[in-house]
Design a protein around this ligand. Sequence first.
Ligand code: PMP
Length: 296
Amino acid sequence: MAEQANFDDRDGFIWLDGKMVPWRDANVHVLTHALHYASSVFEGQRAYGGKIFKLSEHSSRLRKSAELLGFDLPWSVEEINAACIEVLEASGMQDAYMRPLAWRGSEKMGVSPTGTKPHLAIAAWAWGKYFDPALAARGIRLSIAPWRRPAPYTAPVHSKAAGLYMIATLSKQHAEDHGFNDALMFDWRGQVAEATGANAFFIRDGVIHTPTPDCFLNGITRQTVMDLARRRGIEVVERAIWPEELESFEQFFLTGSAAEVTFVGSAGPWNFEVGDLSRQLAKDYDDLVHERPANT
Ligand code: PMP
């Protein structure tokens, strides 16, 4: 496959503070509050067949994420939705990954955020599968992350805030450096939490178990897949899961807007099979995002 150009050197347009600007001109100054103090939040969403899946849920989470970091976006959910649609249309793509990003600007420098202004950019690009499909068909390999999801009293854990990706990036790098595809993160208590950019689901005896999202994102894909499973009459249990239990699970998959439903073959010393129920839910999710009727 041809090497893609750097992200700052592509054709097309990016929506920036209300205007469509040429891709290469969508820049910020180095003295931008967000770059120094992690005052930025973002979304990751996909368009399928020209329609952005769960668009309003993503736009409203973006506003909520900013609010949790202490700033309000002057754009409503409807305005953010309209801007995302405009970006997708301008891109000419039917299937795309989209990245709305909001941040505190360069109006002021220093820890104090008072006086900074909120900014918003929205970009779309072609992003196939999050993990190599041949690998994902067998189940990806996860390491156990050296970092833990923080306690809710130490960080705004329900914000999709750039700052919270510091430990995700470190964990992903550690995984890749050691030959793994991603990492399974535990939380500050030692309970199983999630991967670096996707939620975790386990299957045992036909029942689905997933950690309670009390210190990490309750993903939009997570909620969608739980709903799909329940519609099939499958029991879904949301609860604390300790690593000791990982040995007893037969199947393991991840969910996320980018990762969609991704099968996991192993996590640290624990192995899993790619089973029928995981496959069924991956297909149900694929049918739903493509607006195909679910087969029963
Ligand atoms: N957790 C983390 C850390 C993530 O980055 C993501 C991807 N946004 C998720 C979970 C899944 O969230 P969603 O299904 O809303 O994309």
